[in-house]
Every structure is written in structure tokens, then in C-alpha cells.
Design a binder for this molecule. Sequence first.
Ligand code: ZN
Ligand code: ZN
Ligand code: ZN
Ligand code: ZN
Ligand code: ZN
Ligand code: ZN
Length: 445
Amino acid sequence: MYIHADSKGFVLHFVRILPGQYSVYAYEDSALCHSSLFSEARPELFSGTRTHSSDRTMDLGLAEDHFSRPVGSFVASDIEQLKLAIEECKKLILELPEHSERQKDTVVKLIHLRLKLQELKDPEEDEPNLRILLEHRFSKEKSKSVKQTCDKCSTIIWGLIQTWYTCTGCYYRCHSKCMNLITKPCVRSKVSHQSEYELSICPEIGLDRQDYRCAECRTPISLRGVPSEARQCDYTGQYYCSTCHWNDTAIVPARVIHNWEFEPRKVCRSSMRYLALMLSRPVLRLKEINPLLFNFVEELVEIRKLRQDILLMKPYFITCKEAMEARLLLQLQDRQHFVENDDMYSLQDLIDISSGRLSCSLTEIHTTFAKHIKLDCERCQAKGFVCELCKEGDILFPFDSHTSVCHDCSAVFHRDCYYDNSTTCPRCARMTERKQDDISDVKEA
Ligand SMILES: [Zn+2]
Ligand SMILES: [Zn+2]
Ligand SMILES: [Zn+2]
Ligand SMILES: [Zn+2]
Ligand SMILES: [Zn+2]
Ligand SMILES: [Zn+2]
């Protein structure tokens, strides 16, 4: 038995009676909404339901030339012939009187022709497991039951009867038969060579400069929807056809950076994939792109302070055996850049800052880190500082809030002491003195 699901809500069961001869049963299936095979056909033609579907058995009359040859001997010209026959069938269906027997028969014939075409274009065997195309690394999918949508033709992939592939880099999914039609290179490679966001808000150039064509596949489009609907991508600002733009939504980096705005916007498929792959990459140097943000987004100031503190704590951890064993720094493994610098942000960081999530988790990590250094670990405690200016009070650490750190020798002082002493560092002064003594000793000798 051969199952094919298609048309507006119908499942077609093909039962092989004799070699080359099939009977078809049409079932209603409201869960399905696929329409690529014969959208022109009217659902009323198949009024059968599950309970009395066998009444609707139809002979396909497969005595025609197209089907008499064994599968496998078809060549390109057969594909062309099939396509022609399909077009003729479609025309005929529209011309024939509605609900007539001939029209029903023609619909069934059309279905078969299209299945045959599918079979020819989509041979199950000999499909390699890995195909490399425009820098995509397509790996053949094993799953038969999952229903996915093809990123190329935007119709459903029927795992049961169709071979399909997923790109391991960008998760582009497509029918085997659609692979040779792909024109868009893998966005994974774009992420590695061009890891900079478009930072102008929706940089539109206008449909005229796009020649009234889809920016990706060049299909003619217009805002009136004739011949095909033009959909704008808020990330690239360009217009796309409905095959390349599915009205997916994503948070757009330019709007976050300039407006601190997190409302998801409609983006095309390839922008969506690109934005998804870029989401956790720390590529935004906020203080350069929009330093004004720190003036009115308080949370950013708080996060910047926490990040600066964490960088001051890092030298303690990388020289402390206990901290290494407790894998303290690994608490930041999802945001590796937080242990490397304090000014690069990923879009995900900014989203988490605006939702308050990052502040919570980072404060928690900050507390754990400080507790290790100041309370739990003797080795780290021993690396604290006594304020050399007043020589009083508790042991100081550079990340304590009431301290100042000498930029030259990293000595730590009470902030008040440091400013009272006009920000000169006694330790540096001592070292300069010693150096001068050494030089004069050398001269005397
Ligand atoms: Zn497809
Ligand atoms: Zn890819
Ligand atoms: Zn397109
Ligand atoms: Zn320690
Ligand atoms: Zn002091
Ligand atoms: Zn100093």
C-alpha cells in the first residue's frame, strides 16, 4: 500500500492491485492542510470519509504510455513529458463539467501523474548521506514520521515517501528534489566570515531598486500581491516572496541597540536563521555603537559593574587550586566572553538584561565568587590587601565596592584614603625611589 497525503485535507491511499495498477481511496483528514499537488481540484470531488471510503475506490486506468515502462528507465525527457501531461490534466479538470465522472477520473489521473513525477525526481535509493552545496552540509534525515516544512518550496516534507536533508550548519531543511534549486549559501559560513550585524533599523531600499523581485529568489513580487505578495524583512529592510519569507518573527539587533526595543519583528527565513545562529555570539561593543545607552538603561550600568568585578576576581581563580577544582569559572561557561572582557555583548545578553534574568544570575555568581575569595579560601584570602595609606581596617580586595585600585601596580586602597592622598600610590612611589637608588648605586660603583 502506498499512502499519499495531499490536497485540501485529504489522505489518499494507493493500493497496488497488479503491477502498474492501483486503486485509490480518499480519506478526509482535517489535520492536514497541504495544497501543493492539485490545489485546483475541488475537495468535494472526494466526498468519501473513513467509514465508507471503499465505496469510492477508483480505477486509475493505468494502461497509458507513461506508466507502462518499469520504474528506473525514465530519463529527463520523461520528466518533461510528465510535466506537460500534468499541465494538460490541470486544464482539463477546469474545463470538464463539475462533479462529472470524467472530471473525477482526470483528478485521479493528475494525482498519479504527480506522484510519478515525484518518484522520478525523488529516487529513494542512491541518495548520499551527506551532500555539500553552497557551503551547506546537508545530512540525510532518517526520520519518516516527522512532518517538517521544506525551506525551499515551503510545502510539507512527507518523511514517509520523500527523502529530505537538513543542513548541520544552519538547520536549513529541504526535500531532496528541491536541493538543486537552492540559491542561498549557508548562513553558518556568513556567521563565521561576516559576524557583524546590520545595525541600521530596517534599511529599506525600495521595491523599485529590487526590480519588483524577491531579494532572495528573484520571483516577481509587489505590495498589491500581484503576481505574488511582497513581504518585508525588518532585519534586511528588503522585500521577499512568500516562499522566502514566512512571517517568522525575531528580535532585531538594530532596534535593540538604538531604541532598546525588544518587540519581535517579521523577518525572512534566511535572516531568521542568521539571527538564530548569531544570538549568543558576543559581537556588540555597546560603548562604541551606542554609549548613550548606559545613561538611561540602569541595568546596563549594573551589569557592567558586575562584569568588571568578575574580571578582577578571575586572577584569583586561575591561581587557586581549590577554585579550579570547584570549577568556579565554569559557572560562566554559557557566556565565555564574561571572563574575557567587560565590553562585548551578545544579543542574548541584552535580551536577558532587559528581562532581568541576567542581573539575577550574574549577581548570584558574583556572590559565590566573592564568598570563595573572602571567606572560604585561605589561599585567596592571603592575596588580599591592607590599605597602605591608613594601614587600618579589614583586608581589601579589588572588587570591593569601597576601594580604589592603582592602575600601575594593582595595589588596593580605601577609596577615601586614595582620594585624600590625591590619587598617588605609595607603593609606586616607593618603587620609583628604589629604582633611583639602584641607578645611583651603579653610578657610584
Ligand atoms: Zn521542497
Ligand atoms: Zn546551511
Ligand atoms: Zn523568494
Ligand atoms: Zn581560592
Ligand atoms: Zn585606608
Ligand atoms: Zn601603584
